[in-house]
Ligand binder design. Structure first.
Ligand SMILES: *Cc1c(COP(=O)(O)O)cnc(C)c1O
Length: 425
């Protein structure tokens, strides 16, 4: 690292803060020819970060209030996380699942203790974790000799891009042209009567996000998760909770299904985790109840990289940082501050904004019909703030959980300025 800090606490960026000798423009030119164009990245070449700040090759700064889409939970370049990854890489990176390794076993134990679930399976991403839950549900009933294969999922749900996870994803545009896995039924999020109507003898599981993230930052309506649990119990179906975006402190508690101000804990049969779990190091996990421990016996499912010591060490370090620094407990208050700031913007710009919604540090600013959230992102980046869009007209805030109140204020001020300058629709 070649960053020194001035007396005023500002990072002093030397010309050797990155590995590259190329300019942003040169790298962007190369990217346009060589990267597969399935993404449409902003024309910036990021080179390093610190906390909630990102810097490009030339040292230009952005305030990162998206955190790699709810991934960089402890901020960029956290010294403890960087050191732990470095030390573990120098010790042992990968051994395969033919053998146990300590980091894997201890992470499983820590996640089970935090969640109240019993068993942990590790993979490398959110889609894979949901894929595992899909297979788990089907194999569970298959092993019992029961013909229950159907999965109930929700409109606007996002569960990932692999074929199984995609089939459960509730945005038709993402599925278009790909076909999909048979046997997934989508109903409206929040509509318990619709779930009941579809709850026939062939249903294996219901999969739900505690807050729909990609779909537009929509928290579960009051009573929805409890209602799903009751319907699943009545019909012997499994309740699968996709905590890929909401888990690991994002909502101000470790997991979204846990008790909040408005309801008690809703016990899932299995959950999926990924995004924030290892703070930016790729990892996914499925946690299950003890009852489901026999559903995927040896040979039925697996992952070469899944549970490797390096990823598990990164996740354990993130859990330790979140715990030691009291970060999960701080998310609720920061989320309330962000909510208050966003409500002021909504109040002052009634022609652009329609409202605010979310929980903890997963928050959305809803724009008026006619505005397209993703079209505003480049203007925000020009103003120095990085956000994502969720659904068509929500600006989504998923800052690092270590974000400070003054950083939130700086970001919201920039957003306000950009929104105030938009032409009317
Ligand atoms: C991001 C996300 C996924 C997919 O995770 P990947 O790591 O991109 O595969 C699945 N479910 C939810 C709720 C997500 O937000």
């Amino acid at each position: 690292m070649h960053v020194s800090v001035s007396a005023a606490g500002e990072p002093r960026v030397s010309s050797r803060t990155t590995m590259t000798t190329r300019t942003s423009a040169e790298l962007l030119e190369l990217a346009s020819k060589r990267l597969y164009p399935n993404y449409k990245p902003a024309a910036m070449m990021l080179a390093r970060g610190r906390g909630a700040e990102l810097f490009d090759v030339e040292g230009r700064r952005w305030l990162d209030l998206m955190a790699g889409v709810a991934v960089c939970s402890v901020g960029h370049a956290h010294p403890k996380l960087a050191a732990a990854i470095g030390e573990q890489a120098a010790r042992l990176m990968h051994v395969s699942n033919y053998f146990y390794n300590e980091e894997n076993v201890l992470l499983a134990d820590e996640l089970c203790r935090l969640s109240g679930l019993s068993r942990a399976f590790f993979c490398n991403s959110g889609a894979e974790a949901n894929e595992a839950m899909f297979k788990l549900a089907r194999r569970y009933f298959h092993a019992k000799g029961l013909p229950r294969t159907r999965i109930i999922a929700f409109h606007n749900a996002f569960h990932g891009r692999t074929m199984g996870a995609l089939s459960m994803t509730g945005t038709p545009k993402y599925r278009e042209g790909f076909g999909g896995v048979e046997g997934v039924t989508h109903v409206a999020y929040g509509d318990l009567a619709a779930v009941k109507a579809e709850m026939k003898g062939d249903v294996a599981a219901v999969i739900v996000e505690p807050v729909q993230g990609e779909g537009g930052v929509l928290p579960a309506p009051a009573g929805f998760l409890e209602g799903l649990r009751a319907i699943c119990d009545e019909h012997g179906a499994l309740l699968l909770v996709d905590e890929v975006q909401t888990g690991i402190g994002r909502l101000g508690r470790w997991f979204g299904y846990q008790a909040s101000d408005t309801r008690g804990e809703v016990r899932p049969d299995a959950i999926s985790l990924a995004k924030g779990l290892a703070g930016g190091f790729p990892i996914g996990a499925m946690l299950t109840s003890e009852e489901l421990a026999t559903a995927l016996p040896p040979g039925t499912h697996g992952s070469t990289f899944g549970g490797n010591p390096l990823a598990c060490c990164a996740a354990r370090t993130v859990l330790r940082i979140l715990d030691e620094e009291g970060i999960v407990a701080s998310v609720k208050a920061k989320g309330e501050r962000l909510r208050a700031m966003l409500l002021e913007v909504v109040r002052d710009l009634p022609n652009v904004c329609d409202g605010e919604r979310g929980e903890g540090l997963l928050r959305g600013l809803l724009l008026k019909q006619g505005y397209v959230a993703r079209d505003i992102l480049p203007k925000l980046a020009d103003a120095g703030v990085l956000l994502t869009a969720a659904g068509d007209r929500v600006l989504r805030f998923t800052p690092p959980l270590v974000v400070t109140e003054s950083e939130l204020a700086e970001g919201v001020a920039a957003v306000r300025k950009v929104l105030a300058g938009l032409p009317p629709v």
